[in-house]
Design a protein around this ligand. Structure first.
Ligand SMILES: Cc1cc2nc3c(=O)[nH]c(=O)nc-3n(C[C@H](O)[C@H](O)[C@H](O)COP(=O)(O)OP(=O)(O)OC[C@H]3O[C@@H](n4cnc5c(N)ncnc54)[C@H](O)[C@@H]3O)c2cc1C
Length: 240
């Protein structure tokens, strides 16, 4: 038997079997999964885990999912997964996984797209790109409420707002396709005016979403004066 120190047992590279403790429907195509981890270690807000599925014939599929929860939730992580209709892994989570199931995960990973208390921070998320930003927001509320943080969140329509019940005063939502009845806030894709109204000159920006969203948001942030070295990005998928 290999002998491991406690640190090695908790090393992020090791696969472990997590148990699904709760599942929450966030929107018609997004669900959050709260997982209990036997070798849990605290993550930095912004980090992700790898998830691996293995079919009976040995075929394996592996994908990355950002942690949505605060590292203060000891022993647990929350992953929030958008159902990609023709995908392999995300429909499995939505259609097959139930509370009590066990899933293989390893992490946390990433050292660049992480919030270490930078203030002011401007978070810019498109669609499910809000997930790691929510970890930052949740952690700030619990651990560093004095840190300045704004969230600019771009969604298609009212049915697509993830964490709707948790978005507070620090959040500005823009609807790109359909708006809630009576909406008087922002509509359309993020633009320079909207970004400029939120981006303080000394802000560190965290941008997450599809490739197209991240490119557009980064360009706008630079246009309004946020230097490239203070813009951190995470890209989720191929489309915009
Ligand atoms: C660091 C990192 C963190 C991530 N965190 C999250 C997260 O918190 N929540 C989340 O839902 N996803 C997240 N993703 C995306 C996730 O890893 C998968 O790519 C996604 O769930 C699709 O996997 P799938 O097996 O269902 O689809 P696949 O079988 O991989 O793809 C099926 C089809 O969908 C297209 N596609 C793949 N991904 C996307 C996408 N994101 N948007 C649109 N089309 C796509 C593919 O091109 C393909 O045509 C993250 C990705 C990275 C790299």
């Amino acid at each position: 038997m290999e002998r491991l120190t406690p640190v090695a047992q908790r090393a992020p590279g090791r696969w472990q079997i997590a148990t699904v403790k709760a599942i929450k429907a966030e929107t018609p195509r997004v669900k959050s999964f709260r997982l209990e981890l036997p070798m849990w270690m605290p993550h930095l807000p912004g980090q992700h885990y790898d998830v691996r599925l293995t079919a009976p014939d040995g075929y394996q599929a592996q994908r990355s999912y950002s942690v949505a929860s605060s590292p203060l939730d000891e022993g647990e992580i929350e992953l929030t997964i958008d159902r990609i209709a023709d995908g392999e892994v995300s429909p499995y989570f939505h259609d097959v996984v139930v509370v009590g199931d066990r899933v293989e995960v390893r992490g946390p990973f990433a050292s660049y797209f992480v919030w270490r208390g930078e203030s002011p921070a401007l978070l810019v998320g498109g669609g499910s790109g809000v997930v790691p930003l929510m970890a930052m927001l949740r952690h700030r509320r619990r651990a560093m409420p004095e840190a300045e943080m704004r969230l600019l969140y771009s969604v298609r329509g009212p049915d697509d707002v993830i964490y709707a019940d948790e978005l507070g005063e620090e959040t500005v939502v823009t609807y790109t396709r359909a708006t809630p009845p009576g909406w008087t806030g922002h509509t359309g894709r993020i633009d320079a005016e909207l970004v400029a109204s939120l981006a303080e000159p000394t802000a560190t920006a965290f941008v997450c979403g599809s490739n197209g969203f991240v490119e557009a948001a980064t360009r706008l942030l630079m246009e309004v004066g946020v230097p490239a070295e203070r813009i951190r990005t995470e890209r989720y998928g191929p489309t915009g």
